[in-house]
Ligand binder design. Structure first.
Ligand code: ATP
Ligand code: MG
Ligand code: MG
Length: 350
């Protein structure tokens, strides 16, 4: 049978591999870290580094198509892999989502609204950026940030110096602080034939920078719901995208602002596992293998909750709850801030 290569062996890679298996594919996982969550569901596992050209070449030769669970794949590895097998979603989506300045530039060029922003690489640029954007604001490293890491908040302009120092010399972006009424995300898919399908937007609540819950349906007016789906489709089409994408949005009285995009299955899309006939993982496998997209309409109301660190000790209680589906990642050690599992609390659609 055909083999799907998946870069990254975390919980997203694990759930992609399970979905691949359900569609009759084998999953070859490439993950340099030890004991990855995806290992026990993988058909093959490569643990070499992304600098190992021989291992990358052998990996590419063993698979039919390559996809990924994270956007920070080193460019040199991508260059080599791309010369051997199709990578889906493609390079453009990666380039745009790896760098917050490229991302905001792309979104603004598409006519989409973001927080006001300025690029910050030097102390002088920081001063100019604070003059332009004002306070409150958030300074973020342009690359490699996730779960709110690599960010410093400026309550007032005088926080500029300490915020800049917190970046430790890494290129950064200063964003005006958005007074949102809610955060929502759209999980959308685009097939190899250009067909687009979006899941119902979910409403997200974060704790300490990490996603805590996603609730569907989101409290959005019908016009906002349609705006959210249409702007996601615009992003996918502009990138000639193939696969599932997560689009994070701020809801404000002035309309929807795009926070960031993720060129992969997304934590805020985990509710689809118990709210839809075809979840985001199957949808992604369908897209990257050229299948028609599946039915992503929502048949249930769902609240997804991440179990982080010690939250996992409450698992026996969740296991007794009626209507609660449990998704464990197979991680042995529960460190603070580490995503261990999620639960979906499901009710028939209201
Ligand atoms: P992720 O894990 O989603 O990739 P990340 O580290 O890339 O997170 P962001 O999504 O940029 O970080 O920010 C994390 C959270 O911080 C957002 O979901 C939002 O709650 C808040 N936040 C980020 N940027 C802004 C902003 N400009 N104004 C207000 N709040 C913001
Ligand atoms: Mg992010
Ligand atoms: Mg985010």
């Amino acid at each position: 049978g055909a083999v799907i290569g998946i870069l990254g062996g975390g919980q997203l890679g694990r759930m992609l591999a399970v979905a691949a298996a359900r569609l009759g594919y084998k999953a070859h996982i490439y993950e340099p870290a030890a004991n990855p969550p995806a290992a026990d569901v993988a058909h093959a596992l490569t643990t070499a580094s992304y600098e190992d050209a021989g291992a990358l070449r052998a990996f590419a030769q063993s698979v039919d198509v390559i996809t990924y669970e994270f956007e920070n794949i080193p460019t040199s590895a991508l260059d080599l892999l791309e010369s051997l097998k199709p990578i889906r979603p493609g390079r453009r989506a990666l380039a745009v989502s790896q760098d917050r300045v490229a991302e905001k530039t792309f979104l603004n060029d598409l006519g989409l609204t973001t927080a006001p922003w300025a690029s910050v690489e030097t102390a002088e640029e920081m001063t100019a950026a604070v003059e332009k954007i004002g306070a409150p604001a958030i300074l973020k490293t342009t690359r490699l940030g996730y779960d709110g890491k690599g960010q410093a908040r400026l309550r007032e302009a005088s926080d500029a110096e300490s915020a800049f120092a917190a970046m430790q010399g890494a290129p950064a972006i200063l964003e005006g602080f958005v007074n949102f009424t809610a955060e929502v995300s759209v999980i959308a898919a685009r097939g190899l034939d250009g067909q687009v399908s979006a899941y119902d937007p979910g409403e997200n609540i974060h704790r300490e920078g990490i996603l805590h819950t996603t609730t569907v349906p989101a409290t959005l007016r019908p016009a906002q719901r349609q705006d959210a789906v249409l702007l996601a489709a615009r992003i996918l089409n502009a990138l000639d995208y193939v696969g599932v994408m997560g689009v994070e949005l701020f809801v404000t009285p002035q309309g929807l602002l795009v926070n960031e995009i993720a060129p992969r299955v997304h934590n805020s899309g985990h509710w689809t596992q118990n709210g839809c006939a075809v979840d985001q993982f199957e949808q992604h496998i369908r897209a990257v293998t050229g299948w028609p997209l599946g039915d992503g309409s929502r048949h249930s109301d769902v609240v997804m909750e991440n179990l982080i660190g010690d939250d996992i000790t409450r698992l026996p209680d969740y296991a007794r709850e009626p209507g609660t589906a449990i998704h464990l990642y197979g991680k042995a050690e529960a460190r603070p801030g580490r995503k261990m599992a999620h639960i979906n609390r499901v009710k028939p659609r209201s």
